[in-house]
Design a protein around this ligand. Structure first.
Ligand code: SAM
Length: 215
């Protein structure tokens, strides 16, 4: 999906709403992050979150795809970001290094979520926070049936039309539908000693922000 249509496709498929959610999310992140401490964006993609974050240093970005970092470097020229290629399952950082670890629309891509959450716990300082935002299945039936129709029909169609890549967008739709519910995510995080503080739902859970703390 690392092509020039990536950002455009995100705008079209979310009708631009993902920008509002990312703005809300980055403002929330600023409330948690102490500027003198290190913050990591896992699955950082094209660098939207650091672009929105009102911080210039102590920024770390991890993503397995080097083209994503290139796009982020282009977008974030005024920021001092330490980029690394790598996976959430095996993070190239020492323990207790970050006050905040953040992830937007990346957790559903983790091949092994428990392993990744344990890595996040290892790299977080005590009293540090793990915040992530992810699409999911809406709780309310009225939302859920239209959302599923959108995922199963409209999204792969858009993918083939605009990005000429139906398969990736079919995968995206499948991974959203398979994303664990809130209860399972909280349980999984607890197994990695990350304790649930709060979940903020948008559109009845079609998009949610999870906040966990390392005690
Ligand atoms: C949908 S994009 C989200 C990018 C960005 N966080 C955003 O909000 O725009 C998902 C990102 O997850 C990355 N990714 C996939 N598998 C990963 C893994 N196991 N660990 C870390 N990042 C991963 C991909 O390379 C991609 O950049």
């Amino acid at each position: 999906m690392a092509n020039e249509k990536y950002d455009l496709m995100n705008d079209i498929m979310s009708f631009g709403i993902h920008r509002l959610w990312k703005k809300y999310y980055s403002e929330l992140l600023e409330k948690f992050h102490k500027p003198s401490e290190n913050i990591l964006d896992v699955a950082s993609g094209t660098g939207d979150i650091f672009f929105l974050l009102n911080r210039k240093k102590n920024l770390f970005a991890l993503d397995p795809i080097s083209e994503m970092h290139l796009k982020s470097k282009d977008k974030n020229q005024k920021k001092n970001i330490n980029y690394k290629i790598g996976y959430a399952e095996k993070m190239p950082y020492k323990k207790n290094f970050f006050q905040i670890i953040s992830c937007t629309y990346g957790v559903r891509n983790f091949q092994n979520k428990l392993k990744s959450f344990k890595e996040i716990n290892r790299c977080l300082k005590k009293d540090g926070y793990f915040l992530f935002m992810e699409f999911g299945n809406p709780n309310k039936k009225i939302f859920s049936s239209s959302f599923n129709f959108y995922l199963e029909n409209f999204l792969p169609f858009l993918g083939s039309l605009i990005a000429k890549d139906r398969r990736s967008y079919q995968y995206l739709a499948d991974s959203i539908q398979k994303f664990p519910n809130e209860k399972s995510i909280i349980k999984l995080a607890k197994s990695a000693n990350l304790y649930h503080e709060k979940t903020i739902h948008f559109l009845s859970g079609a998009n949610s922000i999870y906040i966990f703390k390392k005690l």
